[in-house]
Design a binder for this molecule. Structure first.
Ligand SMILES: Nc1ccn([C@@H]2O[C@H](COP(=O)(O)O)[C@@H](O)[C@H]2O)c(=O)n1
Ligand SMILES: C[C@@]1(CO)OP(=O)(O)OP(=O)(O)OC[C@H]1O
Length: 167
């Protein structure tokens, strides 16, 4: 089995749409970034890549490449999951913490878990999302940006009872 850790930060951009965990969250300030700035999926991708010592998303999807301008992070995660499957692994579980003063994440957690389970090719019970504020401290506390951190466990597909990856 392999363990990976991911961490990402994006500043708020009130004129942009907010995407978290592959879910659009209407009526809230979005995040600045070269892609759709889905800070949750970015942390999860970095955890997956880290688990396999494959670098990070900046190396695979450079922000200097116009191809990824405004990119849907769900599509990028699908590509990372193809790398995971090609190396013979499946997701054991994922645990994410969102650190943000706003918006409240709790009302969106069920939808985010459902969406992420689909993208991660696992059951919703294998995906955990939690949130905390910074109690008004630091750049998160000043509502300048949002943080997401993720831990992922990858299991060999064969040991987890999955068919060998076809990609
Ligand atoms: N952006 C956030 C932050 C927190 N929550 C939920 O509120 C609870 C209390 O937060 P603390 O900062 O006092 O730990 C926490 O358990 C979260 O469920 C949230 O939904 N969105
Ligand atoms: C995803 C990429 C690529 O569009 O851009 P951003 O949205 O700026 O996100 P970041 O977390 O800096 O990660 C890597 C980038 O290359």
């Amino acid at each position: 089995m392999r363990v990976g850790l991911g961490f990402d930060v994006h500043p708020y951009a009130p004129d942009r749409t907010l995407y978290l965990g592959g879910v659009e969250i209407p009526g809230e300030a979005g995040l600045a970034g070269h892609s759709d700035a889905d800070v949750v999926l970015h942390a999860v991708m970095d955890a997956l890549l880290g688990a396999l010592a494959l670098g990070d998303i900046g190396q695979h999807f450079p922000d200097s490449d116009p191809l990824y301008r405004g990119a849907d992070s769900a599509r990028l995660l699908e590509r990372v999951m193809s790398m995971v499957a090609a190396r013979g692994y499946v997701v054991g579980n994922v645990d994410v913490v969102v650190v943000a003063e706003k918006p409240r994440i709790a009302p969106h957690v069920a939808k985010m878990r459902q969406r992420m389970a689909g993208l991660l090719r696992c059951a919703v019970e294998q995906v955990s999302i939690k949130a905390t504020t910074m109690e008004r401290l630091g750049f998160v506390g000043r509502e300048e940006g949002m943080v997401a951190q993720a831990v992922v466990l990858l299991l060999p597909a064969a040991a987890a009872g999955h068919e060998p990856a076809g990609c």
